[in-house]
Design a protein around this ligand. Structure first.
Ligand code: CS2
Length: 483
């Protein structure tokens, strides 16, 4: 067999039916399966409610194809430093593949039983400009969705058209629960939905603005992509075939703005989620401390020849660089949420990165950098420049991203750069003569760098200097010279 499992290994099955429907989740993938689905299952076990999930894949059928033969049950494996714990998750009732049947997706989103539509569609799934947070009306999916009311492709298109159906049918709107790593994610998504709805029908936009709810959230759990080796090993341990398991760290944190349509929501608070009036301090802390250093380790770790985050932080040069970033550039930019000991928070992050059971590839985190840099790195840079603090470390991260998207590693091997702007970034990088011109060419990409930031010599010069050093002397030497 292709995956190396003997044909007679029995398949994982359900031991109970999925709960009655309450949620549609857009973007079923490893993160939702290891995070949202588990919180929902725990909240129902604690306090009841009908929160069964219909998953939607907006692009590919893979997840449905893996889970359908096992009736949408799968295992979630917690990888602690001291061992593994396997749990069966049984919240999914079905997975719809949007391009196969967009009408079925709209119909279920319009069903009055659905009270929440949650999303993990990754940064690029919001069809917005990462630098401005506004909807990209030139995006092909948005152009398509404005023309085709009954067959959307984008998450924003589905949300607006489904809300429109509910309004026409006299049904209350659902709560839109954004679970991606974007700043003020609910508020931002509300803005995108309203921009689109305004083009469709201003009275629809007014109804959504008044009646729908878009709580912001901070989500946190490290969930690397599942590999076929993970699947085989699990089958050997359990004696069961499961084509869709997920592997995750023990840690989880979910801070949610407590603002749901008619106050109706699962009892997340009973199982440890933080329901608060203000999520922004949690989001900024997590995006800048965790995702910011994750991206730093992704680019500088990859260029230094490290395959995983755990390997990268085992390299003393990278570990001290990350600690320096926190101490001198990231923490000074933050006002931590009340009661949080930020030093302890970053010490815990380092311990999480070191977890030897987690193989989180630097290449995976390096993906889609053009969509990630603004909220992970550039916001911090902007705050530090306003306060006249140094940005040398973060400028080195930006330069490492530039070095990476050029598409060739330090040994001259090609890098498989995955990014919606990959072709343009590579062309800009290759056409420029010399590191300074290359840095300036990439700083002109307006989806990523706002004009004022790109023009500021306090940022532009260290970026160009670091890129020159990365190109001539390499990542490890550049970091050593910084400290
Ligand atoms: C990572 C995140 O892939 C990435 O870009 O930085 O997925 C990270 O693992 C999660 O946000 C942790 O909560």
């Amino acid at each position: 067999m292709e995956d190396g499992l003997p044909a007679d290994v029995p398949r994982l099955t359900r031991d109970r039916p999925a709960p009655p429907l309450g949620v549609v989740h857009l973007g079923v993938g490893a993160f939702f399966k290891a995070f949202g689905a588990i919180w929902l299952e725990d909240a129902m076990a604690a306090s009841g409610g009908d929160w069964g999930v219909i998953g939607v894949s907006l692009r590919r059928p893979d997840e449905r194809n893996k889970l359908a033969p096992q009736d949408y049950a799968y295992q979630a494996v917690e990888l602690g430093p001291e061992g593994r714990q396997v749990r069966k998750v049984q919240m999914l009732r079905d997975i719809l593949v949007a391009p196969e049947d967009p009408e079925a997706v709209l119909a279920v989103m319009a069903d009055p039983a659905i009270r929440i539509v949650s999303l993990t569609v990754t940064e690029k799934g919001y069809t917005h400009s990462p630098a401005t947070g506004r909807l990209d009306f030139a995006h092909p999916d948005i152009l398509h969705d404005l023309e085709q009311p009954d067959a959307p492709r984008s998450a924003v298109g589905f949300l607006v058209r489904a809300l429109d159906r509910r309004r026409r049918a006299g049904v209350r709107p659902f709560t839109v629960l954004c679970c991606d790593n974007l700043p003020s994610n609910g508020r931002m998504l509300r803005g995108l939905v309203l921009e689109f709805a305004e083009r469709v029908d201003p009275s629809l936009a007014a109804w959504i603005a008044a009646e729908a709810r878009f709580p912001s959230t901070m989500v946190d759990r490290i969930v690397p992509a599942t590999t076929s080796a993970d699947i085989e090993r699990l089958a050997k341990e359990t004696g069961l075939r499961d084509d869709g398991p997920v592997f995750h760290e023990p840690f989880r944190q979910w801070a949610i703005e407590d603002d749901f349509v008619d106050g109706v929501r699962p009892d997340f608070g009973a199982v440890g989620a933080q329901l608060t009036a203000e999520v922004e301090p949690f989001e900024l802390m997590k995006l800048r401390c965790l995702n910011g250093t994750h991206s730093a380790l992704a680019y500088l770790g990859y260029l230094s020849g490290h395959e995983t985050v755990a390997e990268a932080v085992a390299d003393p040069i990278l570990a001290s660089f990350v600690q320096r970033l926190w101490r001198t550039e990231i923490l000074p930019s933050l006002i931590p949420p009340g009661g949080v000991d930020i030093e302890a928070y970053t010490a815990d992050l380092l311990a999480r990165y070191r977890n030897p059971a987690i193989r989180h590839r630097t290449w995976q985190i390096a993906m889609d950098g053009s969509q990630k840099l603004p909220q992970r790195i550039l916001g911090t840079v902007g705050d530090n420049l306003s306060a006249e603090r140094s940005v040398d470390g973060l400028a080195t991260v930006v330069a490492a991203w530039m070095r990476y998207v050029g598409g060739t590693d330090e040994a001259g091997r090609p890098i498989d750069v995955r990014d919606p702007l990959a072709d343009r970034l590579r062309a800009l990088s290759n056409e420029a003569e010399g590191a300074e011109a290359r840095a300036h060419a990439l700083l002109s990409v307006r989806e990523v760098f706002p004009e004022a930031l790109a023009a500021d010599p306090q940022f532009r010069d260290p970026v160009a200097r670091s890129l020159a050093s990365l190109e001539t002397r390499g990542a490890r030497f550049t970091l050593e010279a910084l400290s």
